[in-house]
Write a protein that binds this ligand. Sequence first.
Ligand SMILES: O=C(O)CCC(=O)C(=O)O
Ligand SMILES: [Fe+2]
Length: 341
Amino acid sequence: MVVLAKGELEQIALPAAQPPLAHVRAIDLSAAPGPGRDAAARALVSACEEQGFFKVTGHGVPLELVRAVEAAAAEFFALPQAEKEAAAGRPLGYGSKRIGVSGDLGWIEYLLLGVTPAGALPAASFASWTLPCAGAAVASSSEHPCPLRDLLEEYAAAVRRMACGVLELMAEGLGIGPADALSRLVSDGESDNMLRVNHYPPRPEMQGRLLTGFGEHTDPQIISVLRSNGTSGLEICARDGEWTSVPPDPDAFFVNVADALQVLTNGRFSSVKHRVVVSSERPRVSMIFFGGPPMGERLAPLRQLLGDGGRSKYREFTWKEYKSSTHKGRLATDRLCSFEN
Ligand SMILES: O=C(O)CCC(=O)C(=O)O
Ligand SMILES: [Fe+2]
């Protein structure tokens, strides 16, 4: 449930609009080695250069698992508000309407969780709270293991593997080595991976107006892998500033180029600006895996992507430094510009 104080609904109301549909490239991760895989790697690089956004088919994540975790998430969000609030934490845990700490509001409730390299949700995510689940709400979680938590762990592990596959294909397409030049950042024991489950309840009647679900922003990590329950709402912004609506695809995963990858590629790829507009009478549930590097990782353009005499557009900084910059300022702030040379 999203409970807004007086005046807050007005802050997130949007004029009715029907942006054109985005044309999103599909990349087949299962293409066989040889010409098929080479073509997929080239298409992936073009998609990152042109849009910073694409979708992945042949991803190997079982759709039964995806549907089971989505159903368990929907049950969680249907719990009484007080039970969900018991899982509230900062910044991890349950939250509603507030995104970040700088006053951004949205028609949204969510769970934000840390992920270990094996895909587990570490105890630190649960330091001050446990994850209540429908059916187990009255029992202690040790007696009744929470199905949502188990499913999220399995899901995070599967999506992390897929994210690594995407980054390996990307390294091939960019012609950089070793094969794990990019994927190691997400598969490392210290990688700062996160999982976010967003629930956008159906919008209230507002005389045809729409609501901001998640305001415009770029994701700070390397890549984000997003899946939604087939309800529209995600919009991406093209280089020319035009917003387009992403047609939902319940069988594929969407991938965003995020800020750290823009830096690693010296701006050859740009992180994609995106937002969620709540326009549907159906609830939207989305699950996003954020592939982030270890806290101490030094980020700078990869030498192989600088070319002869190429100039680095960014100064070197650690992921920890960049991540803490994202905790300051509004969601839509362009944070990378303060790291430019
Ligand atoms: O919920 C969505 O579909 C996208 C949300 C998003 O961009 C995010 O959580 O970073
Ligand atoms: Fe995002």
